[in-house]
Design a protein around this ligand. Structure first.
Ligand SMILES: N[C@@H](CCC(=O)N[C@@H](CS)C(=O)NCC(=O)O)C(=O)O
Length: 334
């Protein structure tokens, strides 16, 4: 039998979402991303993004790549949407590869193994999105909010649509401020609400979250995009959370005071962005539902997937009266 107090030979445990649950406090806290290195060059086909079909953080980076037309320069490798066991002795779960979603570079069976290939000392969360350097075989970056602007600025010149500017100089500060304002209450708030294990913790997060949605509704009633009349990365920050809200967060994470479809402006905003072919590429309802309901066994032990009526998403968005500037090519079928 192993003595738990003997740490001399114990391997460091890899963090996963389960180890971020705090039973005593009833809270859940996301670990800070550990890898923060920009790519050393702008070479095409040297870097890949390890992503996943269901992760909103990965989706933000994938939407940026698709909207600039960078998929020839930076490929995306998606892991299986369903979490599997990544650590035998603790049975903790995380991103895995499968027959349908293989790791074409190294044939690894878990994303953690790819992290370990790049860094044998890797002992923190193995998250998506992760920017990988194929030449040096190592992880460069795994924080979407910093990775996206780095890729935008470094690779935009080689994009199919270099005219698309998702980070206009004059709005950079506003984009960063919006993220800072939305992160804890809303973008991460849905997870804090869903994984809370004490009623008062859940209630408080949910109240803060809907206060933020109410603010956004007011803002998007008078303007087309979240920072005004230009579509920018700020909208890419907001969209993945709003888009999956009704069919995942509202049910699975019990963020159920209201639905996005109950907000006229927010729902029109989601419908408009989701109507673009370039957005459909990285946002799959089926894979997203499958991921959440089947991966978080702590809050959904039987892994049943909630039935949903998504007909509202395909109705006319009704936002043509508001001034707008979004690249026409987003709306064009490839
Ligand atoms: N702050 C990070 C968060 C990334 C993150 O937590 N991704 C989740 C998926 S949505 C993940 O990979 N989780 C793996 C796990 O919990 O083991 C970012 O924005 O890139």
């Amino acid at each position: 039998m192993t003595d738990a107090s003997d740490t001399s030979t114990a391997k460091p445990k890899t963090l996963t979402w389960e180890s971020e649950l705090n039973d005593e406090e009833g809270t859940w806290e996301r670990t800070r991303s550990a890898y923060r290195e920009p790519p050393p060059s702008d070479e095409a086909d040297r870097y890949v993004i390890y992503g996943s079909h269901a992760c909103p953080w990965a989706t933000r980076v994938k939407m940026l790549i698709d909207m600039l037309g960078l998929s020839d320069a930076i490929a995306v490798i998606d892991s299986d949407p369903v979490f599997g066991v990544i650590e035998e002795d603790t049975q903790q779960t995380g991103w895995v590869f499968s027959e349908e979603y293989p790791d074409p570079l190294y044939g690894k069976s878990t994303l953690k193994d790819v992290y370990l290939l790049g860094n044998p000392e890797h002992d923190t969360k193995s998250t998506t999105p992760m920017l990988w350097d194929k030449r040096e075989r190592r992880v460069l970056h795994n924080e979407s909010q910093e990775m996206a602007p780095i890729l935008h600025d470094l690779f935009r010149a080689r994009a199919t649509h270099p005219e698309v500017d998702l980070y206009p100089e004059d709005l950079r500060q506003a984009i960063d401020d919006l993220y800072a304002d939305l992160y804890e209450p809303l973008l991460n708030g849905v997870y804090r609400a869903g994984f809370a294990s004490k009623q008062e913790v859940h209630d408080e997060v949910v109240d803060g979250l809907f206060a933020k949605l109410d603010e956004l509704e007011a803002r998007l009633t008078s303007q087309r995009w979240v920072l005004g009349d230009r579509f920018t990365f700020a909208d890419i920050i907001l969209f993945p959370t709003l888009w999956r809200f009704d069919f995942v967060y509202n049910i699975h994470f019990k963020c159920s005071l209201r639905r996005v479809q109950d907000y006229p402006a927010l729902s029109g905003y989601v419908r408009e962005i989701y109507s673009w072919p370039v957005v459909k590429r990285s946002n799959s309802v089926e894979l997203t539902r499958k991921h959440y309901y089947t991966s978080h066994y702590v809050i959904n032990p039987h892994r049943l997937i909630a039935k949903v009526d998504l007909s509202w998403m395909d109705r006319a968005h009704g936002r043509d009266g508001l001034e707008q500037q979004a690249p026409h090519w987003f709306m064009v079928q490839a």
